[in-house]
Ligand binder design. Structure first.
Ligand SMILES: Nc1nc2c(c(=O)[nH]1)N[C@H]1C(S)=C(S)[C@@H](COP(=O)(O)O)O[C@H]1N2
Ligand SMILES: [Mo]
Length: 434
């Protein structure tokens, strides 16, 4: 077989056939469409193309997974829906704390990814400001900037009993190093008028995604990002610039950012067909995400071949600052042991933890619990329900209205080494939401 990468046209023609040869049987994850990604692996690592722009090994086949669940309106979306190419990150295969851009979860509501020429794209700041300002990406790059690790997590990232893998229960989140200009710098340049308290930001896609944000947050740690993990923000993440609102729900981080209007009240401003956002209470919408963690290894669909020593590993994060402590339980929460951090605990970013565990081959229930710098403790499902004065059935019924769902996620290790979702069954429809 010729392993040289053909031109794009040839690639499209041959892609499926080559992919068929290259993918080992059993590598397909149900619901995942791998043909193109796999064809992309077939490249001569010594070719000019690969020398100029590096590729991963053809033995590495991790891909994102299409959202194929029901829509928030109760409508069933085909798998994958060509008009809603929403994808979850493969959290079960995550390594370290940063998500490669090509594996970052992606959410672009109903209008697809716009193809934006950066020389034509402008960001306008107007409304209750002393001076209306217009910036191109090149203008932004002349200004002081920050590079910070921050997660983005969709409000729809909900632990639930239906997800078979951690990608299904916790795939609507990712973490990158974001580079860009602090929004406070731009707002100060524009000069905020007395009485202004909020801003509305708008994306450049056909649907004009909009979101209101308190100025107190806007002036705190929000970034107008043009860089992601050392390269320009990818088109599906908002190229050429996006808002990055650390610690708040993902929907605040408006992609393809083209307009910021400074105003004196919040607006339910999303223009597209999403009544879910229009009815939502602005106060519950505007909060830092609490402490959350999840074990990514071993997690659902993974397999422990024999009793012995395993390093349990996972991610912990909080929208309220850094993670201070992570504990791991192997007995369903009866007892906890302190986990070790594998690296630094950046504020509003993923931290990677691990705990070395000797598996005796008996059934076990693995779960993690984290505490953030405010001392807030990640709740169990029961504690979460109690905080809302709800039954657990009600929590799953009304999950889309409960803001950040951060309860503890158990994974059950069976005696035969298979790992499955450890939450008790519940009636739960999983809309992408938020
Ligand atoms: N312009 C625009 N920005 C957007 C969206 C969108 O549809 N359009 N989706 C939001 C939602 S709901 C989420 S969860 C995050 C996801 O960011 P990502 O696609 O970079 O992961 O982007 C937010 N920003
Ligand atoms: Mo979202």
């Amino acid at each position: 077989m010729d392993r040289r990468r053909p031109g794009r046209r040839g690639f499209l023609k041959q892609g499926a056939a080559l992919a068929g040869l290259a993918i080992p049987a059993g590598a397909l994850i149900p619901g995942a469409v791998r043909v193109e990604a796999a064809a992309d692996e077939i490249i001569d690592q010594n070719s000019t193309e690969a020398a100029l722009y590096g590729r991963r090994s053809r033995f590495v086949t991790t891909v994102r997974n299409f959202e194929g669940q029901s829509h928030r309106d109760g409508m069933v979306v085909p798998k994958p829906d060509p008009t809603r190419r929403w994808v979850r990150a493969p959290t079960g295969e995550s390594i370290g704390t940063l998500t490669p851009a090509s594996l970052h979860y992606t959410m672009m509501h109903d209008y697809g990814i716009p193809d934006i020429d950066p020389t034509e794209h402008k960001l306008i700041i107007h409304g209750m400001v002393e001076r209306e300002l217009v910036f191109t990406v090149d203008d932004l790059k002349r200004m002081p900037f920050v590079s910070r690790h921050h997660f983005i997590e969709c409000d729809g990232n909900r632990p639930n009993p239906n997800g078979k893998s951690v990608g299904e229960t916790h795939g609507r989140m990712s973490c990158s190093e974001w580079t860009g200009v602090p929004l406070s710098y731009l707002l100060n340049e524009a000069g905020i008028k007395n009485g202004a308290t909020w801003m509305i930001s708008e994306g450049a896609e056909a649907g004009r995604h909009m979101k209101s944000l308190m100025l107190t947050k806007a002036l705190d740690d929000v970034i107008v990002a043009y860089g992601q993990n050392g390269e320009p923000v990818r088109p599906d993440q908002g190229y050429p610039m996006r808002l990055l609102v650390p610690g708040f729900q993902g929907i605040e981080s408006v992609k393809w950012l083209r307009r910021i209007k400074v105003v004196d009240q919040p607006y339910n401003a999303i223009r597209d067909d999403q009544p879910g956002y229009l009815t939502r209470d602005v106060d519950t919408d505007q909060t830092d995400f609490g402490p959350k963690s999840v074990i990514t290894y071993p997690s659902g669909t993974q397999f422990l071949p024999s009793p012995g020593t395993y390093t349990i590993s996972g991610l912990a994060w909080s929208g309220c600052g850094s993670v201070k402590k992570v504990e791991v339980s192997t007995d369903g929460g009866k007892t906890y042991q302190m986990a070790t951090f594998a690296g630094p605990q950046y504020s509003k970013a993923f931290s990677r933890f691990y705990y070395v565990w000797k598996w005796d081959g008996k059934e076990a229930m693995l779960q993690s619990r984290c505490v953030d710098e405010r001392g807030q403790i990640q709740p169990t499902e029961a504690e979460f329900a109690a905080s809302w004065k709800m039954t657990r059935a009600e929590v799953y019924k009304y999950a889309t209205r409960l803001g950040h769902c951060n309860w503890i996620m158990p994974w059950k290790v069976n005696g035969n080494g298979t790992v499955v979702n450890g939450l008790m069954p519940a009636n739960f429809v999983d809309p992408h939401g938020g």
